[in-house]
Design a protein around this ligand. Structure first.
Ligand code: SF4
Ligand code: MG
Length: 317
């Protein structure tokens, strides 16, 4: 597995007042319930790995995930179950993540019945109500996934996640496979549901535009490391890290109909064998000899802002 050394998450502290993602030793990002944190980086930068580790799906080489103050390595069976239900993931591919042989009634209704969240007798009413919440007709509960469009399938995936009453939803490229017009609809649905269900989101995307649209705070990742964290407005008005700036220069504002950001020139090295020193130095226009030898730490550069770049030494706070 990709090592994401130093990425330690504390999901809902002991008092459940905040979610903390520790991005480097001694540095915490505290997220209030209801907030949306975007995690951005190119494909292969380790975003999905981090997401899957936070959801407890992937193993990891270092770090702890704390849920209500308890490390997942030390959880009792009950605590593990609580964690598995309250942290839900929504994946990129709504085709692959739904069992083609199951009716929507069971796709959405199986887990809440199985976990005693609702009695079996209420399954159909519960499922149809959830379908309506995500913009699908409850009359389609007996249909199979192939009878729905891509956008509708992603709505089924969202209803399935909501069915177990999660606190935190981790979306991994959750709209990337959808047409642009459908993307906006699904993003708006996420925001409506946040308000209605009091959800917190970790929203992982390679698309800075998607993240700008919905995030309160943005985490920029490069090669398995966090390189910058900032409130969304501050990040977009005044990006600090050279990698963040390069990402923003890729905004295809002059290309109508462009559905994605252009990749940055130069190859993305493997996260398994990152370059020495600052991992971004082979592609960084501002790299110096120091950058090739010494990795910069993620450090505060302003209130609520962190960045990992030697250039900030001049202005460090
Ligand atoms: Fe560029 Fe050096 Fe900053 Fe890395 S530490 S981002 S190479 S200037
Ligand atoms: Mg990915």
């Amino acid at each position: 597995p990709v090592s994401v050394a130093g990425h330690i998450a504390n999901l809902f502290g002991a008092r459940q007042k905040k979610i903390e993602v520790r991005a480097a030793a001694g540095v915490d990002l505290a997220v209030l319930p209801g907030e949306v944190v975007g995690i951005v980086g190119e494909s292969g930068c380790g975003k999905s790995t981090v997401a899957r580790m936070l959801a407890g799906i992937s193993s990891r080489t270092e770090g702890d995930i704390l849920w209500k103050g308890v490390s997942d390595r030390a959880m009792t069976a009950d605590q593990k179950r609580d964690f598995a239900l309250q942290v839900q993931m929504i994946f990129q591919d709504p085709f692959a993540s739904l069992n083609p042989r199951m009716q929507v009634l069971d796709i959405i209704g199986e887990a809440p019945v199985c976990h005693g969240i609702i009695p079996a007798s209420e399954k159909r009413a519960y499922v149809t109500a959830l379908m309506e919440k995500v913009g699908l007709s409850g009359a389609y509960a007996d249909r199979f996934p192939h009878q729905f469009s891509g956008g509708q399938r992603q709505r089924i995936g969202i209803a399935r996640a909501l069915a177990v009453k999660p606190k935190l939803i981790i979306c991994d490229e959750a709209v990337a496979a959808l047409d642009v017009s459908i993307q906006a609809q699904v993003l708006n649905l996420f925001m409506d549901l946040r308000d209605e269900f009091g959800l917190t989101y970790l929203f992982i995307s390679h698309n800075l535009g998607v993240v700008e649209h919905i995030s309160d705070r943005v985490v920029i990742m490069y090669l398995g490391r966090v390189v910058e964290i900032a409130p969304t407005e501050a990040l977009f008005s005044d990006p600090n890290h050279p990698y963040t700036r390069l990402l923003m220069e890729q905004l295809p504002v002059l290309e109508p109909g462009a559905r994605d950001y252009q990749p940055i020139r130069g190859e993305l090295p493997s996260p398994l064998a990152p370059p020495p020193g600052c991992p971004f130095h082979p592609r960084c226009p501002a790299a110096t000899a120091r950058c090739r030898a010494e990795a910069p730490a993620l450090r505060p550069i302003a209130a609520d802002r962190l960045s990992a770049c030697h250039l900030n030494d001049r202005t460090a706070v």
